[in-house]
Design a protein around this ligand. Structure first.
Ligand SMILES: [Zn+2]
Length: 237
């Protein structure tokens, strides 16, 4: 049976083969955070991981295990429990060390796919990635929230709304239970920790499949372009 291109499941010879043909590494970065009563708390990182695995099947490369470390989560923002808030400083240190180690291992295109994208979290991640790109011209770091690659296709993100819930109904249907949502009132960020389009009306596995395929196709294009550009510039493999 063909195995998913997951770094933690690969043997050394398999990783070496990837480094020779497509030295791409995906790092799915998320959080442990409240996502409504109907979703699991690992949503952001699990969503990013599943998208990265699908993209890596198209582009080659490997996917690291999901990183559950989010700054500026729903806990300090709105007081929602079951959320683990990590400081920007810790996230930046962890990311810097991961990037340094992955470069040392021979990866050339390093993709941070953010499943958690509060502005302050994105800023903290981008600061490290920009520094890294300036310091090490022999590698390329790409970093963005997952939805951003597909805005031209009409994809819009949310927090635990129809968008994120539909993606989970596609990738992890066993984790979603829409019946737990209130039936007699609008959903709000303050009361429910849910923003964006109403999942009760629009979240379906079919919508999630379309979102996933659209994002994966765009992401794979971006990553393949980065690898080709890198090959042309460096002519080193
Ligand atoms: Zn989320």
């Amino acid at each position: 049976m063909e195995r998913a291109p997951r770094y933690e499941l690969m043997r050394p010879s398999e990783i070496e083969a990837v480094l020779k043909t497509a030295p791409i590494v995906y790092i799915p970065w998320g959080a442990l955070e409240w996502h409504g009563v109907h979703n699991c708390v690992g949503l952001d990182a699990l969503k990013a991981h599943a998208i990265c695995v699908d993209a890596a099947k198209k582009t080659g490369g490997v996917v690291l295990p999901p990183v559950f470390a989010g700054f500026h989560t729903m806990k300090p923002y709105k007081g929602f429990k079951h959320t683990i808030e990590i400081s920007a400083e810790t996230i930046q240190k962890l990311l810097r060390e991961c990037l340094e180690q992955l470069r040392d291992e021979g990866f050339k295109v390093l993709v941070i796919l953010m499943g958690h994208y509060g502005k302050a979290h994105v800023d903290a991640v981008m600061e490290v990635c920009n520094e890294f790109n300036s310091s090490y011209p022999d590698v390329t770091v790409l970093a963005f929230p997952e939805y951003l690659v597909a805005v031209d296709d009409g994809v819009r993100s949310d927090h635990a709304g129809a968008y994120e819930t539909a993606l989970m109904m596609h990738y992890y249907p066993e984790t979603v239970d829409l019946s737990l949502l209130p039936k007699d009132r609008p959903l709000t960020v303050d009361e429910d920790g849910i923003g964006g389009e109403d999942p009760r009306e629009k979240a379906t596995a079919e919508y999630g499949k379309w979102l996933a395929e659209t994002i994966v196709n765009r992401l794979a294009e971006k990553v393949t372009n980065a690898l080709n550009k890198f090959k042309t510039l460096h002519r080193c493999f």
